[in-house]
Ligand binder design. Structure first.
Ligand code: HEM
Length: 160
């Protein structure tokens, strides 16, 4: 699919849309193996991206992160409940709190995802776009800090 079909929506800080979630029929096409490949490819792009410092370097730790994330996506799309068994309730916004995730980080994260999705073959476009819409919206839940202001006024406030 043409990558320009995947729109990244700018959202106000703190907006948490509760849409219906992705059309889980996509799992019939991807199957567990396809979901794991998708997550793998996404992480491989993330660790080369401008937000790579958020993620573990390539190696055992990165493989662990890919696994946890893939377990979640398999479960979310209607496959086995691996995530629930190994990690419990997702509560993903909470789990992202230790990381500084700004509106710009979200855009990079989504940008890496749409590159992966644009390369899917043999899956109906509407299913891919439904998955994308969910990612676009849900990703804003993880944004927990503002971007740095472009400049600061150099005023020193005297301490008493
Ligand atoms: C907004 C952009 C996002 C950024 C920058 C981001 C970043 C991160 C980071 C740094 C971690 C910890 C390292 C790791 O285990 O990979 C993580 C974990 C995770 N992320 Fe995200 N994330 C984002 C959005 C999302 C979204 C939208 C989802 C789900 C749809 C998601 C699902 C997960 C899961 C399942 C984990 C593993 C949590 C665990 O340890 O059990 N993330 N993410």
């Amino acid at each position: 699919m043409d990558i320009t079909q995947f729109k990244i929506t700018e959202m106000p800080f703190g907006l948490r849309l509760r849409s219906l979630g992705p059309d889980m029929t996509i799992f019939d096409y991807l199957k567990e193996e396809g979901v794991r490949r998708m997550v793998n490819d996404h992480y491989e792009l993330l660790v080369e991206s401008s937000i790579k410092d958020l993620f573990p370097p390539r190696g055992e730790l990165l493989e662990g992160a890919k696994n946890r994330s893939a377990d979640f996506f398999v479960q979310r799309l209607g496959g086995p409940q691996y995530y629930k068994i190994s990690r419990g309730n997702p509560m993903l916004a909470n789990r992202h709190l230790p990381f500084k995730i700004t509106p710009k980080s979200r855009i990079v994260w989504l940008d890496c995802y749409r590159l992966v999705l644009s390369k899917f073959e043999g899956i109906p476009d509407d299913l891919i776009l439904s998955f994308w819409k969910w990612l676009d919206e849900f990703s804003n839940w993880m944004v927990n800090q503002h971007d740095e202001p472009q400049f600061r006024m150099n005023i020193k406030i005297p301490r008493q």
